[in-house]
Design a binder for this molecule. Structure first.
Ligand code: NAP
Ligand code: ZN
Ligand code: ZN
Length: 351
């Protein structure tokens, strides 16, 4: 298969800083689209993966799955896109297309799903490389259209932070009568607040950080509960229909289960791994409460979200950085020193 060698930014080991390296992209096949990458959002998953926090990274790692760009080449079988179109790619670049999940637009739960980075590229028989790169070649099924009215850089985080919080809001039927809470005001958290608010829900933020209260209210939250304050936590017992927990590291979720109403669900989207401390079943059994998980969203659902954001003029609150600033950005993300998503201007890699 013909390949094209391009510039990217990544790491060869969990300990090393990210630096410039070269990777191969396949030439477009019949159903492929080649995209010149304009912007790429910086997700906390990029940092987890670069540093092998989950134990399954394959090196070199080139992160980035909040991709916005311009079509530069299309395969002969492409009818939906043309050169010059502005398009987006999220966390998925392939799946089997035949299993029940794929048939039901749940490609993210396909056993053969291919992540935008660290997945198994069946064309080049190696790991996939993400959006911290000049360009990407993606099957058209996984390429999304961007509403024309939205700022391109602000769209990028919708592709992961947006869809990861939108999918549970949709699955648990959040609407104007719903009481929703979000745990953690970061990239995912700020999109969760905006989207739940746009759906008409009553929205509460649980945060460790009193300095984020005004921002949360400005983003659309109706109130903020400081999670370390026992009195504030006591005031919201048995209250919420849905809680979306975005915290990236192990933390005690039992206090949040207490704040669910009967039949309420706490959905974990942040931390991957065993719960510590363990989950106590008594409040769950006494209130028919559930603890669930959720992974990004399917392709059709992501397009619905982009269209919803176009209609409601929703984009992410971002700070634009250069590719060369990525290591500093990771350190700042670990300190929660970001309002509320870094987006890389990919011109900086091409200079
Ligand atoms: P982020 O921007 O770093 O935000 C995380 C927020 O969680 C922080 O702003 C902070 O909010 C809170 N937090 C951070 N460390 C904490 C700790 N040790 N204890 C308690 N709270 C803490 O991260 P993100 O990009 O939103 O990603 C969040 C997590 O979601 C990551 O683990 C990422 O890998 C995961 N993720 C999952 C999916 C999925 O499909 N399920 C998709 C994308 C990302 P406060 O200061 O307000 O407390
Ligand atoms: Zn992500
Ligand atoms: Zn499948």
């Amino acid at each position: 298969m013909n390949v094209k060698n391009i510039k990217a930014f990544g790491t060869e080991t969990p300990e090393a800083s990210l630096e410039q390296l070269n990777i191969d992209r396949r030439e477009v096949t019949l159903k492929d689209i080649e995209i010149d990458i304009l912007y790429c959002g910086v997700c906390h998953s990029d940092l987890h993966f670069a540093r092998n926090d989950w134990g399954f990274s394959v090196y070199p790692v080139v992160p980035g799955h909040e991709i916005v760009g311009k079509v530069i080449k299309i395969g002969e079988g492409i009818t939906k896109f043309k050169a010059g179109d502005l398009v987006a790619v999220g966390c998925l670049v392939d799946s089997c297309r035949t299993c029940n999940n794929c048939k039901n637009d749940l490609e993210q739960y396909c056993p053969e799903y291919v992540g935008t980075y660290g997945g198994q590229d069946k064309y080049l028989n190696m790991q996939t490389f993400g959006g911290y790169s000049e360009s990407i070649v993606v099957d058209e099924h996984f390429v999304l259209k961007i509403p024309e009215n939205l700022d391109l850089a602000g769209v990028a985080p919708i592709l992961c932070a947006g869809i990861t919080t939108w999918s549970p809001l949709q699955h648990w039927n959040v609407g104007k009568d719903s009481k929703v809470a979000v745990v953690g005001l970061g990239g995912l958290g700020h999109m969760a607040i905006k989207l739940a608010d746009a759906l008409g829900a009553d929205v509460t933020l649980f945060s460790r950080s009193p300095n984020k209260i005004q921002d949360a209210l400005d983003l659309g939250a109706d109130r903020v509960v400081i999670s370390t304050d026992e009195d504030q936590m006591a005031n919201v017992q048995s209250h919420f229909d849905l809680i979306i927990d975005t915290v990236p590291y192990a933390h005690d979720i039992n206090p949040y289960v207490g704040t669910l109403n009967t039949n309420g669900t706490l959905v974990l989207v942040g931390y991957l791994g065993p719960l510590d401390p363990m989950l106590h079943s008594v409040p769950m059994i006494l209130g028919r409460k559930a603890v669930a998980g959720s992974l990004i969203g399917g392709i059709a659902e992501t397009q619905e979200l982009l269209d919803f954001c176009g209609k409601h003029n929703i984009i992410s609150d971002i700070e634009i950085i250069k590719m060369q600033d990525i290591n500093e950005a990771y350190e700042r993300m670990l300190k929660s020193d970001i309002k509320y998503r870094f987006v890389i201007d990919m011109k900086s890699l091409k200079e």
